[in-house]
Design a protein around this ligand. Structure first.
Ligand code: SF4
Length: 363
């Protein structure tokens, strides 16, 4: 299949792995930010093609994993409110809140609709005007334009029964927090190609300069990932710390100007709590005042208290690349995809789920 087969070509992948081995003269630690990249790395065994000492650690790029417990609790609370239907992507349904998850809440009578796009939630609002439809807006920069379009469409249609529960998070502020941590041992970064398709990579340039860390915008197929790693290793070996674009077939430096303009018109940056990590300044998005009527947190009286994470779950360390999933005492024992303690074990982009699925119980 064009645009897929050539990026899964075993011969090209082996040649790139050999070039990486020739280039790396010492150990390096590189973080791939996106959970989709983590899954691809384990699925295709890319980590096992790399020379000893070249370590890949996994970043916070799983939006489901970083959605805080109290926000999931608020989503459940909305679904349990008479006259309200919570519309959500399917991957949020099994993520545990502090007491239960959306799927279990639905089995107990809460009203949860699984949708495939924000516009589907708007359509639902049009069909069920006697009910309030709240879309659980989880995701990174990639999904925000679709949510912005949905809100604009709801206003165009004059729908008074549509709102969103905003849970969007932004990669560059999180990366700044992780790289700026005194414990950080990350020497290079693979940035997520799909996020940069929307936002471009200008925001990564000050990060590379401030922390002396090369950043390579990278795709998701095996050849993409190996090329991204090679570019990163070359920079490290040459003492450079720049932003390079491996994913040039989809990403421009300035990103998608129209999508960015729409997002900036409707959303503004706010401090956001990341599950297991804590509050990161300006790392989330909220609707601007002119659009606040579509904010479910303004429309409904919801619980506001903070909730403690289960002490056993070390997902915060996993999401910052400080620990691997198999270093968690609960991994594959008390925490499995069937009975998850933390979000990274149940999300389709979670690092713990990837290690479990591809049998990396000990590496
Ligand atoms: S294995 Fe489970 S408990 Fe451990 S960090 Fe991952 S999600 Fe949390």
């Amino acid at each position: 299949m064009k645009h897929l087969d050539e990026y899964r070509d075993a011969g090209r992948a082996r040649a790139l792995a050999a070039e990486i081995a020739r280039t790396a003269t010492r150990p390096w630690r590189i973080m791939e930010i996106c959970g989709g990249q983590t899954h691809a790395i384990l699925r295709f065994g890319i980590d096992q093609l790399l020379p000893p000492g070249l370590e890949l650690v996994h970043g916070p790029g799983c939006p489901v994993c970083v959605t805080p417990l109290e926000l999931i609790d608020r989503a459940i609370e909305l679904a349990q409110t008479p006259g309200v239907v919570l519309a959500s992507f399917g991957d949020m349904l099994r993520v545990p809140g502090s007491k239960t998850d959306l799927l279990a809440a639905r089995a107990a009578g809460a009203r949860v609709a699984m949708v495939y796009s924000p516009l589907e939630a708007v359509r639902l609002a049009g069909e069920k005007q006697d009910q309030q439809i709240v879309f659980f807006a989880v995701g990174f920069e990639t999904t925000v334009p679709g949510v912005a379009l949905a809100v604009r469409e709801a206003r165009r249609l004059g729908l008074q029964n549509f709102s969103i529960l905003p849970a969007h998070v932004l990669v560059p502020p999180a990366l700044r927090a992780i790289l700026g941590s005194p414990q950080s041992r990350i020497q290079g970064v693979l940035a997520a190609g799909h996020v940069c398709t929307v936002e471009g990579y200008e925001d990564y340039e000050p990060l590379a300069a401030d922390f002396g860390v090369p950043v390579v915008v990278t795709g998701f197929e095996p050849v993409d990932l190996l090329q991204g790693i090679l570019l990163c290793v070359r920079q490290l070996e040459q003492g450079r710390a720049e932003v390079e674009n491996q994913y040039a077939r989809a990403v421009r430096r300035e990103g998608n100007r129209e999508a960015k303009a729409l997002v900036r018109e409707m959303f503004e940056p706010v401090d956001r709590k990341w599950r297991g990590i804590g509050v990161i300044p300006s790392s989330g998005l909220a609707l601007r005042p002119a659009w606040r009527e579509f904010d479910a947190e303004a429309r409904f009286a919801l619980s506001t208290g903070a909730v403690e994470e289960p002490s056993e779950c070390i997902s915060g360390l996993v999401l910052q690349g400080a620990k691997k999933p198999y270093e968690c005492a609960a991994f594959a024992t008390r925490c499995t995809p069937e009975r998850p303690l933390g979000a990274p074990m149940v999300s389709s982009e979670g690092a713990c789920a990837a290690y479990y699925r591809y049998g990396r119980h000990h590496v």
